[in-house]
Design a protein around this ligand. Structure first.
Ligand SMILES: N[C@@H](CCC(=O)N[C@@H](CS)C(=O)NCC(=O)O)C(=O)O
Length: 154
């Protein structure tokens, strides 16, 4: 059996988790677009103030920091700081042949932690709540990296 095929249940777990996380990253960009258009604010570049059909009456205040829009950008940035590492190490982790229970825990656990982090960020929960979910996701990625190192070196 080859590790990176759908004959391998651990790879199926990775494929589902990876697809969900890619949808999360891509969806976050669209949330920012939606929030910019809805509030007509949160633009970031000087050229965005040129009159266009989508923005026929530009105002300098549109470049001001807007928390409604910027919150989505911060969420997106945080995804980009975490999910690519998960995608990379998760794939090598599958090749390192972890037990199924451990793979499910770390791969699905990361997805659950990131979705909970997003919910906490979106609804402006206390910092400790958001940080707890961030920590779980980050530790799961670190655990996979250590497993891979162990498998490669020992
Ligand atoms: N670049 C992050 C690194 C640490 C991190 O990701 N912290 C989590 C838990 S406090 C977070 O949600 N940070 C907010 C953010 O990145 O916008 C930061 O500056 O906060």
């Amino acid at each position: 059996m080859t590790a990176l095929t759908f004959d391998n249940p651990v790879f199926i777990t990775y494929a589902i988790a990876a697809a969900l996380m890619v949808l999360k990253i891509m969806g976050q960009g669209w949330m920012t677009v939606y929030r910019m258009m809805k509030s007509n604010a949160g633009l970031v570049n000087p050229e965005d103030l040129r009159a266009t059909p989508l923005n026929p009456d530009p105002r300098p205040e549109q470049l001001d920091l807007n928390d409604y829009v910027d919150r989505s950008r911060r969420m997106h940035r945080n995804d980009l700081e975490n999910i690519p590492a998960f995608l990379a190490i998760g794939l090598i982790f599958v090749i390192a042949a972890p037990p199924g229970w451990l793979a499910s825990l770390l791969l699905y656990g990361f997805v659950a932690a990131r979705l909970a982090h997003a919910a906490a960020y979106l609804t402006a929960q206390n910092h400790e709540v958001r940080a707890s979910f961030y920590t779980i996701g980050s530790l799961f990625v670190i655990a996979m990296a250590l497993f891979v190192l162990w498998a490669a070196l020992v």
